[in-house]
Write a protein that binds this ligand. Structure first.
Ligand code: HEM
Length: 508
């Protein structure tokens, strides 16, 4: 009996000791921050690599969506030892991009030596400081603002006609049309004309080289993201991840840009973005002294950001409407009644084409070309009831927010009507303190090309629906499977069609 009591006492003692020891370890390793709030929840992770497997999955935006629907809209994850925050709901998006907009107005990209695409010197990666503000002002005045868009309308109208003529030629010769590729030629030509005053030449392979470099660079964005996240960790180990691959593509762009800069320096015009930037770099009284390198970086970024997203979106939009003849027919009726059959759609028609606008918005909701927006928390803060440490990367899962069943009825269905019913949706969102439609991000670092993006896609989709009948090749079905090219949402199976002219407004 005495022995039993001793053993029980010993067990109790060990148990109590273990409890205290665990508490000690917990407080040592999971210390609450000084404001007394916890970090956001962290779902179970794998030893050593943490949550790396989620990012390495074929569709990380979906892997993140799944984990958020299980563990909550604000999560604390890690790749190896490097932590990041994942946000996935409309109300968290509102809190981040409204209440904490200034604090998340930088992306925290590290610089990769001799590389054109990443780092503080780029516009997309610049901290929200003097350089960024100066460039943004130049871009709004000369490219993105309402007046600049009006001035460049003629360039886009010409390119729309050339696009129409190319499609008509293919239709007459009964050739296959790969919509994504054709759209890329179009957006690339427009961006090129806006930036340097001419399309890249098809004759000497220059245009193909630019399109190839754009596609390769977009394909590299996931690798750029990794080298950025793991930069410091890998540097300590002497590893430079993907550096050669990234530099090879960067060098290809560099050669082309050097040539262009020399041409424009000789001509000294002040018409196109490249000339305006060169003039700003010479201006002794400018608010910020930009360098030749800044100009190169910005031109590459605008090529990348401008041509790829809009081209991908056009492909998704056409896939959705070809798949649903009722929607296609309703769109065509609207086009016929507003535009008619004797001319091509013009940008000034767009305000009178609400169904076309709704089709494009619904495409953006279901297939956002940029499904994950990347930011960084500059300072520590409190989001909801959670503590967020300083200098931590934020991934905003735009894809998950726009398919959230708490805010969207039938979230996975393509229903353009939803955007017609709620015309004042922005005000509603403001009242409800949610941001549920954010394909262009939002706040200070939201996409500055939003209006241009809408114009591209609405005019082109409108023209394609108005002027041609579309037939799917192969087994006659549209395959909507997704894939990611880098971090850009793409159709896994390119949409290839044959087309029949329906009207010929330009009498070609
Ligand atoms: C349909 C087309 C487009 C979509 C869906 C799109 C989407 C986005 C998204 C989600 C971001 C990140 C926003 C954030 O962090 O909150 C972004 C940034 C950006 N986009 Fe777009 N975009 C499109 C078209 C364009 C066009 C046509 C241009 C320029 C010609 C452009 C230039 C940029 C630039 C420069 C940034 C970086 C802004 C910054 O860091 O402040 N985008 N875009």
């Amino acid at each position: 009996m005495a022995a039993m009591i001793t053993i029980d006492f010993l067990n109790c003692f060990i148990l109590i000791f273990l409890c205290f020891f665990s508490l000690f370890c917990y407080s040592l390793f999971f210390k609450k921050p000084k404001d007394g709030f916890d970090l956001p929840p962290s779902p179970p992770s794998l030893p050593i690599i943490g949550h790396l497997h989620l990012l390495l999955s074929v569709l990380p935006h979906k892997a993140f969506q799944k984990i958020s629907s299980r563990y909550g809209p604000l999560l604390h994850l890690r790749i190896f030892k490097v932590p990041f925050v994942l946000a996935s709901s409309a109300s968290v998006a509102y809190e981040l991009l409204r209440t904490h907009d200034v604090n998340v107005s930088s992306r925290g990209f590290n610089t990769l030596e001799n590389c054109l695409f990443i780092g503080h010197e780029t516009f997309v990666g610049a901290d929200f400081g003097d350089y960024y503000k100066f460039m943004k002002k130049v871009l709004v005045m000369n490219l993105f603002g309402t007046q600049a868009l009006e001035r460049s309308r003629g360039i886009r109208a010409d390119e729309l006609e050339r696009f129409y003529a190319r499609l008509m030629d293919k239709a007459r010769h009964k050739e296959n049309v790969e919509i994504g590729k054709e759209a890329m030629v179009l957006t690339n030509n427009i961006i090129s004309k806006l930036l340097i005053g001419r399309s890249c030449s098809e004759k000497n392979g220059e245009a193909e080289k630019v399109r190839e470099s754009v596609t390769k660079t977009i394909g590299l964005t996931k690798k750029l993201f990794f080298s950025n996240m793991l930069g410091k960790l890998l540097k300590k180990l002497g590893i430079s991840l993907f550096a050669k691959e990234i530099r090879d593509v960067s060098n290809g762009f560099d050669e082309l840009l050097e040539r262009l800069l020399r041409d424009h320096e000789e001509k000294r015009q002040d018409t196109y973005i490249m000339d305006i930037l060169l003039a700003a770099s010479r201006d002794e009284n400018a608010d910020y002294k930009i360098t030749r390198n800044h100009i190169k970086l910005l031109i590459v970024e605008l090529f990348l950001a401008g041509s790829d997203s809009a081209a991908k979106l056009m492909q998704w939009a056409m896939a959705e409407i070809i798949k649903k003849p009722i929607i296609f027919e309703r769109l065509r009726q609207e086009m016929d009644s507003v535009v008619g059959k004797t001319r091509l759609i013009q940008e000034t028609d767009l305000p009178r084409l609400p169904y076309l606008q709704a089709v494009v918005k619904e495409t953006l909701r279901l297939h956002p070309p940029v499904p994950l927006a990347l930011r960084m928390f500059e300072e520590e803060c409190k989001v909801g009831s959670f503590h967020i440490p300083e200098k931590i990367t934020l991934i905003l899962n735009v894809y998950a927010v726009m398919r959230d069943p708490n805010f969207w009825q039938d979230p996975d269905e393509f229903k353009p009507e939803r955007f017609i019913a709620s015309s004042s949706s922005e005000q509603e969102e403001e009242r409800e303190k949610v941001l549920k439609f954010l394909p262009f991000g939002s706040g200070r670092r939201g996409c500055p090309g939003e209006n241009l993006g809408y114009i591209f896609v609405e005019t082109e989709v409108g023209m394609m629906a108005q002027c041609f009948d579309w037939r799917i090749n192969g087994d006659k079905t549209v395959n909507m499977e997704e894939t990611l090219e880098g971090l850009s949402l793409t159709m896994a199976h390119p949409l290839i069609c044959t087309l029949l002219p329906r009207t010929d407004p330009l009498s070609i």
